[in-house]
Design a protein around this ligand. Structure first.
Ligand SMILES: Nc1ncnc2c1ncn2[C@@H]1O[C@H](COP(=O)(O)OP(=O)(O)O)[C@@H](O)[C@H]1O
Ligand SMILES: [Mg+2]
Length: 352
């Protein structure tokens, strides 16, 4: 049995005919770190708030552990659900010290135990030396670790974090992705993190749930999601890709497109003749002139620092979008030149 189970959970707000969350089914295992990933307005926060008990579903059932926390007959209040919440703005009390902030959620504990537990979780997040400071005396990353310590203090079954990295600048963000996962793993807790940032999601999660318009598009590990996106939306949301339409050959392993025949990594189970392919830019490898299976004219080059993005036009395909492929930064590429390349089939995928 899974640890957290959402069954057909929907939410309609009174001001809209469209559901904010639409018949969501999701199972989460104990100790898993899951992210809800999707564009703004797709229902991530609403889902998190329904799990926490801050928002009532319009329909469906939610279980945490062996307890039904919401269905047609009951709705447990947030404080009875065994959840720890980290809000986007951290929501620390400015007039309380770090230690008192962390002790806040332990009001039912004995005073001595509260203090010991506060020190224990502050040690876990590496801030034991800051116990007597006030939130304004800490950096953004430190404040976030305090918020996490406060959420973890009552030993919740689940930690919920809404956009935990969005207030941090790029460098700190990378460090906090690492710190937060480390802390969650050490605390051995189950966590659901909401983010609109694919890099955040991939860096911190065991599994990613991609949502669009209140509907789950795909649930998969970061690697599987990137390599085998289920549909065009997921393919484009989790990284750059080229979407090409083609004719599936009888062997179910090759697709004939306007750029040539593309080999699939595995035989597909698609039954339609016309299929859509996602081809990742880094799956295309430039080779010596005339030796590759595909060739096209370089229309534009964008230097990213780590690689060059080449926008390739194909004579037979000049009316459609150019294809983007990556080339090493030390490769001399002239605009207008013709490049020859091969496609690694494991970064090719049939999408819906
Ligand atoms: N309290 C509310 N009242 C009315 N509509 C809401 C409320 N909260 C969220 N919504 C709507 O529900 C949809 C999903 O919102 P939300 O869950 O906040 O998305 P996300 O967190 O993915 O950006 C949006 O269309 C939003 O406008
Ligand atoms: Mg949100």
């Amino acid at each position: 049995m899974s640890f957290i189970h959402l069954e057909q959970v929907s939410k309609f707000f009174s001001n809209s005919l469209q559901p904010a969350v639409d018949a969501l089914d999701l199972k989460i295992e104990q100790g898993e770190i899951i992210t809800l990933l999707g564009p703004s307005g797709c229902g991530k926060t609403t889902t998190l708030r329904m799990i926490a008990g801050f928002e009532q579903p319009s329909m469906g059932k939610i279980s945490i552990g062996d307890q039904v926390v919401y269905d047609d007959h009951r709705s447990l209040p947030p404080e009875k659900r065994g959840i720890g919440m980290v809000f986007q703005d951290y929501a620390l009390f400015p007039h309380l010290t770090i230690e008192k902030n962390v002790m806040f959620g332990l009001n039912k504990w004995k005073t001595k135990d509260r203090k010991l537990r506060a020190i224990e979780v502050l040690e876990l997040v590496g801030l034991a030396d800051y116990a007597s400071r006030y939130p304004s005396e800490l950096s953004g990353g430190q404040q976030q670790r305090v918020a996490l310590a406060r959420a973890l203090a009552p030993r919740p079954h689940v930690v919920l974090m809404d956009e935990p990295f969005s207030n941090l600048d790029a460098g700190l963000r990378e460090k906090m992705r690492f710190d937060v996962t480390n802390i969650l793993r050490k605390a051995n807790t189950t966590a659901i993190i909401v983010t609109h940032d694919q890099k955040d999601a991939f860096a911190v999660s065991d599994r990613v749930v991609v949502m669009k318009d209140g509907v789950i598009q795909q649930v998969a590990s970061p690697r599987e999601m990137y390599r085998c996106p289920k549909n065009c939306f997921v393919a484009q949301f989790v990284g750059k890709t080229n979407l090409l339409t083609g004719k599936l050959e009888k062997d179910m392993k090759h697709v004939t497109t306007t750029i040539g025949t593309v080999c699939l990594p595995n035989q597909t189970t698609e039954i339609c003749e016309t299929v859509k392919l996602s081809i990742r830019p880094e799956g295309c490898e430039i080779v010596a002139e005339g030796t590759g299976n595909y060739c096209g004219k370089v229309e534009r080059v964008t230097y990213s620092g780590e690689y060059q993005e080449l926008y390739i036009n194909f004579q037979s395909n000049s009316s459609s979008d150019p294809m983007v492929i990556y080339a090493p930064i030390d490769q001399e590429i002239e605009i207008g030149s013709v490049v020859s390349f091969n496609i690694k089939s494991d970064l090719v995928c049939v999408v819906e």
